[in-house]
Design a protein around this ligand. Structure first.
Ligand code: SAM
Length: 256
């Protein structure tokens, strides 16, 4: 065996060692259910409808297993996600709300971006049904005294009618089956005072249901609805800017 081959062998075995270490750590910190879930996500890649039945029967369970440091690193590694989040934060700041609720706030990426633009005085509340996502949000936003994080479900919001100037969902309704998606929209509309804002892609995958959120509002006689695709330039850092823009939907409903 040449020195070069030996070097390659060492690399292969250290790569394997590294994978084994990752598996051991994942087992130790997240348990067997997490490992099973992760391996099934890969194994069922080519069978989206089976994948939906096996892995997405209970969205809350899915997001509890999906959330965590690995998911955060994966998302933060995608520059187009950050660009979209910044773009959305500016659209929200343009409304000049004094209180904001984000339904499905995840690990707090969108809240942190909104905060950077709107300043400290705006009160921001986040709610999410995944404790793994929410605990990362708590860490991510711990220095922010004007952020309130709540564990709960978007289809039963624990707030009085018209509690927030602006209510936002970003990549949340699309992850819920039709009956729940409908309840979330009704709840958003109930607790919002001035604006409902949605960034909800319209494509269908194993964990996305593909909705036209703007049409839902229009069908209810709300006609001050601004709906557009997110500009293609926002996705410049993505592998597929045109596709990302095409399947996006930004929807702003003015209730005033
Ligand atoms: C793709 S992440 C988006 C997170 C965040 N909105 C953002 O844009 O960065 C979807 C989040 O919505 C949450 N979620 C989905 N359906 C929900 C529901 N019915 N009630 C509460 N949270 C929900 C998930 O737990 C997950 O954290």
């Amino acid at each position: 065996m040449s020195h070069q081959d030996k070097g390659l062998n060492l690399e292969v075995s250290s790569g394997r060692q590294c994978r084994i270490q990752k598996v051991v750590l994942a087992y130790k910190y997240r348990g067997a259910g997490y490992l099973w879930h992760k391996s099934m996500r890969r194994a069922l890649e080519r069978w989206p409808s089976l994948k939906r039945r096996v892995l997405y029967a209970d969205p809350r369970h899915y997001w509890t297993l999906r959330g965590g440091p690995e998911y955060l690193a994966e998302q933060e590694g995608q520059k187009a996600r950050t660009a979209r989040s910044n773009w959305l934060a500016h659209r929200i700041a343009d409304c000049k709300p004094m209180s904001i609720l984000e339904v499905g706030c995840g690990y707090g990426k969108q809240i942190a971006n909104i905060r950077r633009i709107v300043g400290d005085v705006v009160q921001i509340t986040g709610i999410d049904f995944s404790l793994s996502q929410l605990s990362l949000a708590q860490a991510h936003l711990r220095s922010d005294d004007n952020v309130f994080l709540i564990h709960g479900s978007g289809d039963r919001l624990p707030f009085a009618d018209h509690s927030f100037d602006l209510v936002l969902t970003s990549a949340v309704i699309l992850h819920n089956p039709p009956e729940i998606a409908d309840k979330i929209r009704q709840e958003v509309l109930r607790v919002a005072r001035c604006w409902c804002v949605h960034n909800e892609d319209t494509d269908t995958t194993y964990n996305r249901f593909g909705y036209d959120t703007a049409a839902w509002y229009q069908a209810r006689g709300l006609n001050r609805v601004d709906s557009s695709k997110i500009p293609v330039e926002v996705f410049a850092e993505s592998d597929d800017p045109a596709g990302e823009s095409e399947r996006s939907q930004f929807c702003l409903v003015d209730l005033r």
